[in-house]
Ligand binder design. Structure first.
Ligand SMILES: C[S@@+](CC[C@H](N)C(=O)[O-])C[C@H]1O[C@@H](n2cnc3c(N)ncnc32)[C@H](O)[C@@H]1O
Length: 241
């Protein structure tokens, strides 16, 4: 276990490779650490259970996770999956999708899809979609949000949990982070291709009707005393006029 932890840390220190397509870079980054992905991220990716609770998944709904990785977040609502119409988990990284396939093999009506979430369109409209720490890893994140909104039925719901930093002068009543936080965290995570942005949250608020917004701080392994900002957002697609 200690050796596996060192492998993850080594990969994080090497960072996301600079060359290749986005999909190739993700595979090169996650492939060597895939076996330890869930155990390590358990201590980093805060608020995933709280997000799925806020989504209030109901029987008969069609649900999609965009950038689902190993499918760990869906496990937080495993007992509800048999009641859903369908659960679709989409990701671009084969090494993580292989773990998602193993995890979901006994879950009813669950599909694993290898695709880019800035473009993927499922055959039917979705009731609920969510991103769990994926938007920060998607260079064209605004296309991913636009595409997610296009997948919904009117009144459909989008949930997002992710790291972020505030603008220097936040609007919309959002929290302000210190200049130090706004400098440290984008630099720290940027090395691994995780882009903490001040724009994701205002864009989500602009593109959908906010149902729930919670700004939080979470601990990071090996950085005692430091806390990184993350948010939980749930928005609704306005009904057609
Ligand atoms: C930090 S991981 C989060 C995985 C998972 N949602 C979780 O909570 O554990 C980010 C994920 O986004 C995926 N990803 C990044 N860009 C993508 C894209 N354009 N299309 C699909 N998946 C993407 C990565 O492959 C990775 O699995």
């Amino acid at each position: 276990m200690f050796a596996a932890e060192l492998r993850v840390l080594g990969q994080l220190l090497r960072g996301l490779p600079g060359s290749g397509t986005h999909a190739q870079r993700l595979e090169a980054f996650y492939g060597p650490q895939a076996g330890r992905y869930d155990a390590f991220r358990e201590r980093v990716l805060h608020g995933r259970q709280a997000l799925v609770e806020k989504l209030a998944l109901a029987p008969g709904e069609r649900v999609i996770e965009l950038g689902a990785g190993t499918g760990r977040t869906a496990e937080y609502f495993a007992e509800r999956i048999p009641t859903l119409d369908s659960l679709t988990l989409v990701d671009l990284c084969p090494a993580l999708l292989a773990l998602a396939r193993t995890r979901t093999q006994h879950w009813p009506h669950t599909q694993i899809v290898a695709a880019d979430v800035t473009q993927y369109r499922p055959p039917a409209v979705m009731d609920k979609a969510y991103f769990s720490y994926a938007l920060t890893m998607i260079p064209e994140w605004f296309l991913a949000i636009d595409n997610a909104i296009a997948l919904w039925r009117p009144g459909g719901v989008l949930g997002v949990v992710d790291f972020y930093v505030s603008r220097a002068r936040p609007t919309l009543g959002l929290r302000r982070h210190s200049a130090w936080q706004r400098t440290l965290w984008p630099a720290w995570f940027g090395h691994d291709g995780v882009n903490l942005s001040a724009d994701h949250l205002p864009y989500l608020c602009a593109r959908s009707e906010t149902l729930h917004l919670d700004e939080q701080l979470g601990s990071i392994p090996y950085l005692p005393g430091l806390q990184v900002p993350y948010y939980l957002f749930v928005g609704r697609k306005p009904a057609d006029p």
